[in-house]
Write a protein that binds this ligand. Structure first.
Ligand code: S3P
Length: 430
């Protein structure tokens, strides 16, 4: 599908952002492994979270929708051997976290995904899970899906993660919960900590000391009530649009502001962005707030080191913002972007150049010179939801019309995105 976006002069309004994808996946997975009922409120019906839900149902877990955004999970403390191949579709979180869950279950399961997911590295989870005792086979010795796993009889391990990845950390925590003895994980830099917060909220004993997390298994999880805050990674597109469209005022309600995710807020504030964070509250151990955004002139910025995992999914839209910022923006230490839903560094460079931006590609980052006037053009989503939405934001900032090809992938994380933009006054549609 082609999404058409017109350059915008004003964005105005108040919006509620759909539930955080990372937290919703974890609520389903922990609910499935727990003993008792877990009620998840604010569950986002995006394609990624639905992939996790379908996989868990195929593993014998009873999950029901009790209201439009409310899901009830009947955890029985164990899963059942699936009859069919599990399909994680486009979702890296589904595949990697599910492998951690399955590593502790004494049966055989095969998991696959779409063409993009089957190209993404899985050895980062299969190597340590094998070390814990899981038997895993798959393409290229288990580097790529489809993967077959036979779990059970896990032993805790001490493991230093080679990359700051919350998916790897979470997979190993899910395995560690089901293993005998202590699993000790060391991260090179802090990544999102939703799994740790949710485990603690559901009564699991885990210890955090600096960059080391220890979990002693096996432990039984209880069910609970989980309210999913709005997804800051979805809010990011509206934040950047609200800052850079010349006029208006945008309020985004109920956004998760966990400090492992708020790199974008810190960065934009430093670059001169006018964002107020108000009405702080806490849902199941996760901080939440409303964001008030007003137009501002941005200065260029630098992204590197430990800031990278705190805004990894926001880099496509921040690269669009950098074209409007005065000065040279430097993004480094972001080689992980090459193994996301698309090679995002390459996708950003191709698209920004077509829009008239001045960008240089590096092995692990980008250099963007601003400000430049963008011209509406035809852009590729590369089947990547965050690229498609970043291009829609670029379209709001560009002169004339921008067309985003393959924009249906937006449904992977934010099915209501176009509707939200239209509600703020943007001229946008399929
Ligand atoms: C996620 C972790 C990040 C992020 C992804 C969601 C998660 O991936 O990019 O969108 O829910 O744990 P990595 O763990 O690969 O960095």
């Amino acid at each position: 599908m082609e999404l058409r976006v017109q350059g915008a002069a004003r964005l105005q309004g108040r919006i509620q952002i759909p539930g955080d994808k990372s937290i919703a996946h974890r609520a389903l997975l922990l609910g499935a492994l727990g003993k008792g009922r877990t009620i998840i409120q604010g569950f986002p019906a995006n394609a990624d979270c639905l992939a996790t839900l379908d996989c868990l149902q195929a593993l014998g877990v009873r999950i029901e929708w009790t209201a439009p955004e409310v899901v009830s999970v009947d955890g029985r403390g164990r899963l059942q051997e699936p009859v069919q191949v599990l399909d994680a579709k486009n979702s890296g979180t589904t595949m990697r976290l599910l492998l951690g869950l399955l590593a502790g279950q004494p049966f055989n399961a095969t998991i696959t995904g779409d063409a993009s997911l089957c190209r993404r590295p899985m050895n980062r989870v299969t190597v340590p899970l094998r070390e814990m005792g899981a038997r895993i086979s798959g393409r290229e010795g288990g580097r790529y899906a489809p993967l077959t796993i036979t779990g059970g009889n896990l032993q805790g391990i001490s493991y230093r993660l080679p990359v700051a990845s919350a998916q790897v950390k979470s997979a190993l925590l899910l395995a560690g919960l089901q293993a005998a003895g202590t699993t000790s994980l060391e991260e090179p830099a802090p990544s999102r900590d939703h799994t740790e917060r949710m485990l603690a909220y559901l009564g699991v004993d885990l210890v955090k000391e600096g960059n080391i997390i220890r979990i002693k298994g096996p432990q039984v999880l209880a069910g609970g009530r989980i309210v999913v805050p709005g997804d800051i990674s979805s809010a990011a597109f509206l934040l950047v649009a609200g800052l850079l469209v010349p006029e208006g005022h945008v309020v985004i309600e109920g956004v998760g502001v966990n400090p492992t995710r708020t790199g974008i807020l810190d960065l934009l504030a430093e670059a001169g962005g006018r964002i107020q964070v108000k009405n702080h509250r806490v849902f199941n151990g996760e901080p939440v707030a409303d964001l008030l955004v007003e137009p501002a002139r941005l200065k260029s910025f630098q992204i590197s080191g430990p800031l990278v995992p705190r805004l990894i999914d926001e880099i496509p839209v921040l690269a669009v913002a950098a074209t409007q910022a005065a000065g040279t923006t430097i993004i480094r230490d972001a080689g992980e972007l090459r193994v996301k839903e698309s090679d995002r560094l390459q996708a950003i460079v191709q698209g920004l150049r077509k829009l008239g931006g001045a960008v240089e590609e590096r092995a692990d980052g980008l250099i963007i010179h601003g400000p430049t006037a963008l011209e509406g053009t035809l852009l590729e989503s590369h089947g990547d939801h965050r690229m498609a939405m970043a291009w829609a934001v670029a379209g709001l900032l560009a002169r004339g019309e921008t067309v985003v090809k393959g924009a249906e992938c937006i449904g992977v994380s934010f099915p209501g995105f176009v509707h939200c933009l239209a509600g703020l006054g943007a001229v946008v549609g399929y």
